[in-house]
Design a protein. Structure first.
Length: 266
C-alpha cells in the first residue's frame, strides 16, 4: 500500500525528525499531504523540509501550524516556493514569522504559479507586512485563499489590502478576522474595493472593531457588487434601523449572513 497522506501532528518531532522526513521526501513520489502541526520544528527543520521541496514533485499540501519556524525558517520555505511547482496549500499558522517573514513569502509568490491556499493566521503581521502582501496580490494570479486572521492589521494595512483587491483577479476567500485594530475606517476601504472586485466570494471580518457605521459601508458596497458574498460580521455595536433595513435587501444574495449585537450575547 502506498500512502498519500501522512499526519504526524501533536508529536515531538523537532528539527532532527524533520530532517529524516525531508530525506524521505527527496525521493518519495506518492505522498501528497504532510501534516506536522505542533511538533517543535524550528528554522533548521524548516530548512530541511524546504530543501526537500526543491526536488519533490508530488506533495501538494504542507501544514506546519504552531511550530517555531520564525523569519529564518520562512525564508527557506520562500526559497523553495520559487522553484517548487506542485505545492498548492501551505499552512503556517502561529509561527511568529512577523512582517519580515511575510515579506519573504510574498516575494516568492510573485514568481510561484501553483500555490492556491496560504494560511498566515496569528503571525504578528502588521502594517509593513500588509504592504508586502498587498504588493504580491497585485501580481499573483493563482492564490485563491488567504488567511490573515488574528494578526496586527490596522486601518492602514486594510487600506493597502483593499487597494490590491481592486487589481487582483484570483482571490476568492479572504480572512481578516480577529484583527481587532481594524475599525470602521479600514472597513470603508474594504467596502470600496468590493464595489469593483469581481472575484472575492468569501470575506470574514469576524471580531474586529466594526460598528454599524462600518457595516453600513459594506452593505452599500454589496448592493453594487454582483458577486455572492459570504459576509460574517460579529459583535456590531448597536446597529441602526437603517442598517438592518439595507442589510435585509441583500440577504438573498448572501449564502451565510450573521450579525450579533451586544444584546444577543446576553
Amino acid at each position: 500500500m502506498k500512502f498519500t497522506i501522512l499526519k504526524l501532528d501533536f508529536n515531538q518531532i523537532g528539527d532532527v525528525g524533520a530532517q529524516h522526513l525531508a530525506h524521505a521526501l527527496q525521493n518519495n513520489t506518492t505522498l501528497t499531504t504532510l501534516v506536522l502541526d505542533e511538533n517543535q520544528i524550528g528554522a533548521a527543520g524548516a530548512q530541511r523540509l524546504a530543501n526537500a521541496l526543491q526536488n519533490n514533485t508530488t506533495l501538494t499540501t504542507l501544514e506546519l501550524r504552531e511550530n517555531a519556524i520564525g523569519v529564518v525558517g520562512t525564508q527557506h520555505l520562500a526559497d523553495a516556493l520559487q522553484n517548487n511547482a506542485t505545492l498548492t496549500t501551505l499552512k503556517l499558522r502561529s509561527n511568529k514569522i512577523g512582517d519580515a517573514g511575510a515579506q519573504r513569502l510574498m516575494k516568492a509568490l510573485r514568481n510561484n504559479t501553483t500555490l492556491t491556499t496560504l494560511s498566515l493566521y496569528w503571525n504578528f503581521i502588521g502594517e509593513i507586512g500588509s504592504q508586502h502582501i498587498a504588493d504580491a496580490l497585485r501580481y499573483n494570479t493563482t492564490l485563491t485563499s488567504l488567511d490573515l486572521g488574528c494578526n496586527l492589521i490596522e486601518d492602514v494595512g486594510a487600506q493597502r489590502l483593499a487597494n490590491a483587491l481592486q487589481y487582483n483577479t484570483s482571490l476568492t476567500t479572504l480572512d481578516l478576522s480577529s484583527n481587532n485594530l481594524m475599525s470602521d475606517v479600514g472597513t470603508q476601504y474594504i467596502a470600496a474595493a468590493l464595489r469593483t472586485n469581481t472575484t472575492l466570494t468569501s470575506l470574514d471580518l469576524n471580531c474586529n472593531s466594526i460598528s454599524d457605521v462600518g457595516a453600513q459601508h459594506l452593505v452599500d458596497a454589496l448592493q453594487n457588487n454582483m458577486v455572492t458574498i459570504i459576509l460574517v460580521l460579529i459583535d456590531l455595536i448597536y446597529p441602526s434601523t437603517l442598517f438592518y433595513t439595507d442589510a435585509y435587501h441583500i440577504k438573498d444574495r448572501t449564502q451565510y449572513y450573521q450579525l450579533r449585537t451586544p444584546e444577543a450575547n446576553e
